[in-house]
Design a protein around this ligand. Structure first.
Ligand code: ASP
Length: 434
């Protein structure tokens, strides 16, 4: 059986086993024991195996990517295209979300007693998040991108700072004499390859890890909350599906000049990893491997675009934020003018850039958006019970958006360099089969 099939099977069986145990034995002692002592550790070990590769892979792939791109002018042009694409795809996503939530108005139908019940049930979690304080968004946010100490930035998983150092380091490699840069590049390549080998090991564990992660979530999940918030969940999911089917597919076709079907066929591993881990960061190693092996993206491009994307480009998150802020405004009867809605779109895009690529990374920032437009931030309690499912789904779209950006930037670079277009594995296999 192919590894991907096994992982997908782990996902489905984990969901069935977890959901079934929840229905039949909710809160029973043995279920909690099983979940805490077997399923949770198996899932976490898988996720940690992926996480532990993030720092070395971000550093090596960005430094090598920038060194490979070579001159600063090309880097600037590719960087500009990368950020332009991030912005465009995130804006499209947020706009789809806002249009849907205004049309379907899921918040209008939520009974006041359900609202109060959910507020009471999850108020504690919301207060915890609020007391952690909204991250302050100001001049210091930008200053802090330049790390005082790159090792500390890596240790704290401060991604933007780590990325900044890696970019500068890669650029510096192009400025020193070639014979001095060469051994450093060789070492970085060796480290990069070793990290890929670690990821391969982690992926062997994936079918069980994914089973564990999904079991823990579904066995503890409040399915009745899902029913109570069904309209809201449907709007978010529908938005994500529409953005995948039309937004990302169109971008892949128009900007990447690639058949969207080839694209979607190639990205099953990152989809499953993102869905089961709810973390763009944990999925980054898989995305890089997939971009290079399945889509034939040049390593220097994948290594440059994808770590940036995992940190800054979150299509699904911006869509989710827009829908959620408007949904909660509807629930609380806060009228948001057209102007305020534009503010919601802009802030959803910006905070999606700032959100960390970890489970629930966007929630504290979303509270900031809510407060800005006058929706009570503690109202986030209402959706916390269903957030994990939505997080799994939006992270999947975040990651697919990143990979689609690498398709575009790779296409542009190949044209500049006069190289033939990328040859995705699906095409190569079809050609080999005649
Ligand atoms: N979990 C998301 C990610 O890693 C971030 C979020 O929306 O909470 O991409």
């Amino acid at each position: 059986m192919k590894l991907h099939t096994k992982i997908a099977l782990g996902l489905v069986l984990g969901g069935i086993a977890g959901g079934g145990s929840n229905a039949l034995f909710a809160d029973s002692r043995w279920l909690v024991m099983l979940s805490d002592n077997l399923m949770y550790p198996v899932g976490q070990i898988f996720m940690r195996m992926l996480f532990m590769t993030v720092v070395p892979i971000v550093f090596t792939s960005i430094a090598l990517g920038v060194a490979g791109i070579g001159d600063m002018k090309t880097l600037g042009r590719l960087g500009g295209r990368t950020f332009g694409y991030f912005l465009l795809s995130t804006l499209i996503a947020a706009t789809i979300g806002l249009t849907l939530v205004n049309t379907i108005k899921p918040g209008g139908g939520l009974p006041a007693e359900t609202r109060d019940e959910l507020m009471a049930q999850f108020a504690g979690n919301a207060t915890d998040m609020a007391s952690a304080g909204p991250p302050d968004f100001g001049v210091s946010t930008f200053v802090n991108i330049v790390p005082r100490n790159p090792v500390a930035a890596a240790a704290d998983m401060d991604m933007l700072a780590l990325i900044f150092f890696s970019l500068i380091f890669g650029a510096a490699l192009t400025m020193i004499p070639k014979e001095k840069a060469k051994p450093v590049i060789d070492v970085l390549e060796g480290i990069g390859d070793a990290v890929i080998a670690i990821i391969d090991m982690a992926m062997k564990l994936a079918p069980y890890g994914v089973f564990g992660l999904i079991f823990v979530i579904t066995s503890q999940f409040g399915w009745s909350i899902l029913a109570q918030l069904s309209m809201y969940v449907v709007v978010v999911m529908l938005g994500l599906i529409l953005h995948a089917a039309f937004g990302i597919s169109a971008l892949v076709k128009i900007f990447g000049k690639m058949n969207p079907i080839t694209f979607w066929k190639s990205v099953d591993a990152p989809i499953i990893t993102a869905f089961s881990t709810s973390s763009s960061m944990a999925t980054l190693p898989t995305s890089i491997a997939t971009a290079e092996k399945e889509l034939d993206i040049q390593p220097k491009i994948a290594g440059f675009v994808l770590p940036l994307g995992a940190t800054m480009n979150m299509n699904g998150t911006s869509l989710f934020e827009g829908v959620t802020v408007l949904f909660l405004a509807q629930v609380f009867g806060v009228e948001l003018s057209f102007g305020s809605q534009i503010v919601v779109i802009i802030l959803s895009v910006l905070t999606a850039v700032g959100a960390a690529g970890v489970p629930g990374g966007s929630l504290p920032l979303m509270m900031l958006v809510m407060a800005t437009v006058g929706v009570p931030p503690e109202g986030i309690a209402i959706i916390l019970g269903v957030d994990r499912v939505l997080d799994m789904s939006r992270t999947t779209l975040n990651v697919c958006g990143d990979i689609s950006a690498s398709v575009y930037v790779d296409r542009v670079d190949r044209e500049w360099e006069g190289l033939p277009p990328a040859a995705p594995r699906a095409h190569r296999e079809a050609a080999a089969a005649g």
